[in-house]
Each structure stands twice: as structure tokens, then as C-alpha cells.
Design a protein around this ligand. Structure first.
Ligand SMILES: NC(=O)C1=CN([C@@H]2O[C@H](COP(=O)(O)OP(=O)(O)OC[C@H]3O[C@@H](n4cnc5c(N)ncnc54)[C@H](O)[C@@H]3O)[C@@H](O)[C@H]2O)C=CC1
Ligand SMILES: O=C(CO)COP(=O)(O)O
Length: 316
């Protein structure tokens, strides 16, 4: 929708032919975005080669843990030399790779071709054409500039950034923090708890970013604070909603069984905690969320354990 709104012809790949048919004939995706009319500049196909044929840029957006298996099918049909753009906000389980790293590994593309778009961009609001800003990050500024032009419209304002690591970590980690915020809300706590978890969540995200070579300024930008605030505040967020249900006493299996959409933080929390351990970074919220998701701690114990940790300086 963003690309079509900026004047591009968009060819969308979908797994199910029936979804392609509805998008092509009724210009709607009733399963995921019911009631929203899609632009006629968007056509859908079940054939990845047809979707990628002649593309100026390829935008990749599937649940993070499925990217590797999907790219194995797609790598052979992706056009050479065009930018490969990730919208995904997760870290691969088992490898702890960020999505740009998975793309590099499976396609052989260099950093000058791999970009990330991230920010406070809740899908339904974007599809409704509500205004939003985002970051287009690529190690190559020229690629970032070209992609910025490709998606800048009257409702979508992209900024460029060369900090791919920071933008990806901001997007993946805020999902984990949103789970914690959701738990606090679901348990019945108010705005003080919510703001405290958001702020300390940002602090631990920035600590991890520093250890992995990210630019600290990224975390006060759209892909850091911006996305964190949107996700932790919005009832549209799947991660926050998942956390809320955990806080109300439901189990991970019960919640996962009742939703068809991905809450990336549920899988990525363990990869992020593993990255933190490996780089000797303290991430108490991500670690605690990982324990709750693994069934090793209750949301109530998690919330109180975070408050009763040893006292320290705000910055260390
Ligand atoms: N929904 C949102 O507001 C935003 C989502 N993102 C990111 O975009 C990525 C995709 O998320 P959404 O589209 O929201 O998820 P979703 O759960 O709403 O939809 C995922 C889509 O991928 C398909 N899918 C599911 N499993 C698949 C598999 N194994 N292989 C191929 N396709 C599969 C589904 O049929 C569906 O069409 C995630 O990394 C998410 O963090 C980023 C910004 C905003
Ligand atoms: O990343 C998002 C908004 O930018 C969407 O968050 P959820 O995956 O929690 O819905």
C-alpha cells in the first residue's frame, strides 16, 4: 500500500492462490485487512518468479522464523543487483541472526543491496492511509536514498539512516518489551509501570546495540523509541496484546492457538537474550520475558522480580 501510494506498480507474492484471486478481483485482503480497499496498482501472484520479474526492488515480509525456508525457494528468482528490503522485526532462533544477515547468507547480496524499513508502522493504520514516518536503513546511502524516493508519499514519510544493525535491533527488541508491557497491563498495573518498562526496555536495547556496533542515536529515533512507543501503547499490537493475555493468566499455547497472526517477540525473546549473554550485556526484561514464555516464571513474578533487582545508577 505504501509503495502503491507512492506511485509504484506492486506485484505481491502470496502463498495461497485464493488470496491472490481476492486481491486481484476484489482489491481486498479479507483475512488480514478486512474492510480496507487495496490500490489497483497492487496485483498478487502465487508464483515468486512472476512476482519478482522486472522488479526495481524486492520487499521481504514474512514471519522472521520462516524467512530462511522461504528464501531457499526465492533466492534463484530474485533479480540481480536490485535492493532487497526487509520489513521483518525478529532475530532467528538457533543462529541469532538478524533478518538482513539471513538475507545476505541466502542470497549472497552485499550490504549495499540490503536495506531495512522500520518504525512505528502498525499495519492496519498504514493500510488505512493514516500518516506515519519510518526509517529506511542501508549501509549504502545511495541505496537508502533511492528506496526513500520509492516509498515517500503524502501519508508516508521515510527518513534515511545507515545504521542497519540499530534499526533491526530496535524493531526486534521492542516486540519483547511490548510483551512485558502487555503483561503489566494485563495484570492490572497502570501507566507508571507501563512507562517504566518502556523506558528501561529502551535502555537495555541501547546497551545491546552498543555491544553490536549500532549507533546509539538510532534508539532515540523512529526505529527505536518511535516503534517502541507505538507498539507498547496500541491495542493493534499483536505483541502487546499477547503480553496482556499472558498477564491475564492465559498460557502461551492457549494464546498462540487462538491467533493466526505472528507475535514476533514470543520467538525472538530467546534469541535476543542469547545475544545479550554472548556479548555480556544485561537485558533483565528480555531475560525475564524469555522465562515467562518458556513457562519458567509467572508474569506476576516477572514484574516484581524486575522491581526488586539490586538497585543501581540509571546509566552505567
Ligand atoms: N503487522 C504490523 O503492524 C507490522 C509487522 N511488521 C513485521 O512484518 C513481518 C511480517 O508480519 P505480518 O505481516 O504483520 O504478519 P502476519 O502474521 O499478519 O502475516 C504474515 C503473512 O505471512 C504469511 N505466512 C505465515 N507463515 C508463513 C510462512 N511460513 N511462509 C510464508 N508466509 C507465511 C501469512 O499467511 C500472512 O500472509 C514481521 O516480522 C513483523 O514484525 C513490521 C511492521 C509492522
Ligand atoms: O511492528 C509493528 C508496528 O511497527 C507491529 O507490532 P506488532 O507485531 O506487535 O503488531
Amino acid at each position: 500500500t505504501v509503495l502503491a501510494g507512492a506511485g509504484n506498480q506492486v506485484s505481491l507474492w502470496a502463498r495461497r492462490q485464493s488470496v491472490c484471486d481476492v486481491i486481484n478481483t476484489q482489491h481486498e485482503n479479507p483475512d488480514y485487512l478486512p474492510g480496507i480497499r487495496l490500490s489497483e496498482a497492487i496485483t498478487a501472484t502465487h508464483d515468486p518468479a512472476a512476482a519478482a520479474d522486472g522488479a526495481e526492488a524486492v520487499v521481504l515480509s514474512v514471519p522472521s522464523q520462516s524467512l530462511r525456508e522461504n528464501l531457499r525457494d526465492w533466492a534463484g528468482v530474485l533479480p540481480d543487483a536490485v535492493p532487497l528490503v526487509s520489513l521483518m522485526k525478529g532475530v532467528e532462533v538457533g543462529t541469532t541472526l538478524r533478518m538482513s544477515e539471513v538475507i545476505a547468507e541466502l542470497t549472497g547480496a552485499g550490504p549495499e543491496r540490503i536495506a531495512v524499513v522500520s518504525g512505528p508502522n502498525l499495519a492496519r493504520e498504514i493500510a488505512e492511509g493514516q500518516p506515519a514516518a519510518a526509517v529506511v536503513a542501508c549501509a549504502d546511502e545511495g541505496t537508502a536514498n533511492r528506496l526513500q524516493k520509492l516509498c515517500h508519499s503524502g501519508t508516508f514519510r521515510p527518513y534515511t539512516n545507515t545504521d542497519v544493525v540499530g534499526c533491526e535491533l530496535g524493531g526486534a527488541t521492542k516486540n519483547v518489551i511490548a510483551l512485558a508491557v502487555g503483561m503489566a497491563v494485563g495484570f492490572g498495573f497502570g501507566d507508571n509501570a507501563r512507562a517504566s518498562v518502556i523506558t528501561r526496555g529502551l535502555a537495555e536495547t541501547a546497551r545491546l546495540g552498543a555491544a553490536l556496533g549500532a549507533d546509539e542515536h538510532t534508539f532515540s529515533g523512529l526505529a527505536g523509541l518511535g516503534d517502541l512507543v507505538a507498539t507498547c501503547s496500541s491495542p493493534l499490537s499483536r505483541n502487546r496484546t499477547f503480553g496482556e493475555k499472558l498477564g491475564q493468566g492465559m498460557t502461551v499455547a492457549e494464546i498462540a492457538g487462538a491467533t493466526r497472526q505472528v507475535a514476533e517477540g514470543v520467538k525472538s525473546c530467546s534469541s535476543i537474550a542469547e545475544l545479550a549473554h554472548r556479548h555480556d550485556v544485561e537485558m533483565p526484561i528480555a531475560e525475564a520475558v524469555t522465562k515467562v514464555v518458556a513457562g519458567e516464571m509467572t508474569p506476576k513474578d516477572m514484574l516484581f522480580s524486575l522491581v526488586s533487582r539490586s538497585a543501581k545508577a540509571e546509566r552505567w
